[in-house]
Design a protein. Structure first.
Length: 179
């Protein structure tokens, strides 16, 4: 528990790519990923998340509690419910760096299909989930290995190529080495 609190505290004080207080309606740009790209699990906990072909999975609070961690029943202890490591992207539609990270994570979800889950949580719609993890700046990414404590990071690299390399390096370091 101390590790989880420590990780969340570090994430809170990390550099932020976006300020959550920014005006949300200033930009009317189309956001990534498109609905065709994201498998929406929303309020269906029994939805198949096996991801044989890959693809990001959009989570609601109910599905998060069912598939990732039921913090209502075990608030003091991290108990990951998944059968594969996972990467959770905490994002908002209005966030510029989130729009850069989204298609990269979609590619990664296909490249690592069958090895990891790539989940997405819209912090504007799922405010409670954002609060549970102390998300104050986005994009933020939670790396969840099997049988170990999760690791929270925020922000992206300067270029798309460096951002993709950052994700791959972190997946290899935190998610795939512990299997």
């Amino acid at each position: 528990m101390k590790n989880l609190v420590f990780i969340l505290a570090i994430a809170t004080f990390s550099f932020y790519s976006c300020n959550s207080g920014q005006a949300k309606n200033n930009k009317k740009e189309k956001t990534e990923p498109t609905t065709a790209q994201v498998q929406t699990v929303a309020d269906n906990p029994s939805a198949n998340t096996s991801q044989a072909e890959g693809g990001s999975i959009l989570l609601s609070k109910n599905v998060f509690l069912e598939k990732v961690w039921d913090y209502n029943n075990s608030p003091q202890e991290w108990k990951y419910k998944g059968d594969k490591p996972a990467l959770i992207d905490f994002y908002a539609d209005w966030c510029g760096p989130c729009k850069i990270a989204s298609p990269i994570l979609e590619e990664i979800s296909h490249e690592y299909a069958g090895d990891i889950y790539v989940y997405k949580i819209d912090t504007e719609k799922e405010k409670e989930l954002a609060a549970v993890f102390g998300i104050r700046g986005i994009p933020a990414f939670l790396y969840i290995p099997i049988g170990e404590q999760p690791v929270m990071m925020s922000g992206i690299a300067r270029t798309k190529e460096d951002t993709k390399k950052m994700f791959k390096d972190n997946i290899d370091k935190y998610l795939l080495t512990s299997n």
